[in-house]
Design a protein around this ligand. Structure first.
Ligand code: PRP
Length: 176
């Protein structure tokens, strides 16, 4: 049996660029004069974050938060653990969580609860890829790049066994 490999391209580099430019413009419009903090969720969101912030043409600051990636069994129990925290207080600030993907919704719903408890002025969510079929908990998303079917994706931050995060497009994992 061969190892699974990146196969069919689901979202091309040009499609990513165009959609991220649109989201960036929407964020810039919504937060003009407010200097928001964009919070990237490690690890997967670092590529999206890097491209997104360059598409948001207003003053902003960035920070990162790390959460555990438990096995899917543990995840479905709703346990999510903070691995590395923000470097700054967010009380009274406009905050946007930047995530690469929402699947069950458990990670983002944990993060929303955790950050809301710090009393930001307003907390919104920006997600590149929504795998809505897999949702277990209802969650409100404010900015969404793409909705995809329930397939395993790699590239543009998404990995398989640590590989393929560096692909400039999002592909379906095939074979194995
Ligand atoms: C992915 C993704 C989200 C989470 C979404 O992280 O980056 O944080 O899963 O899944 P959920 O909606 O079912 O909670 P992953 O555990 O793959 O870690 P990584 O970002 O470090 O690759």
């Amino acid at each position: 049996m061969s190892e699974p490999r990146p196969g069919r391209i689901l979202i091309s580099e040009a499609e990513l660029r165009a959609r991220i430019a649109e989201i960036g413009q929407a964020i810039a419009r919504d937060y003009a004069g407010e200097s928001p903090i964009l919070v990237g969720v490690l690890q997967g969101a670092f590529l999206f974050m890097a491209d997104l912030i360059r598409a948001v043409a207003i003053d902003l600051t960035t920070d990162f938060i790390g959460v555990s990636s438990y096995s899917s069994a543990a995840k479905s129990s709703g346990q999510v653990r903070l691995l590395s925290d923000l470097s700054m207080p967010i009380e009274g600030r406009q905050v946007v969580i930047v995530e690469d993907i929402v699947d069950t919704g458990l990670t983002l719903s944990y993060l929303k609860r955790n950050l809301e408890a710090r009393h930001p002025k307003r907390l919104r969510t920006c997600v590149l890829v929504d795998k809505i079929e897999r949702r277990q908990v209802e969650i409100e998303l404010d900015y969404v790049g793409f909705t995809i079917p329930n397939v395993f994706v790699v590239g543009y931050g998404f990995d398989y066994g640590g590989l393929y995060r560096n692909l400039p497009y999002i592909a379906e994992l095939e074979g194995g």
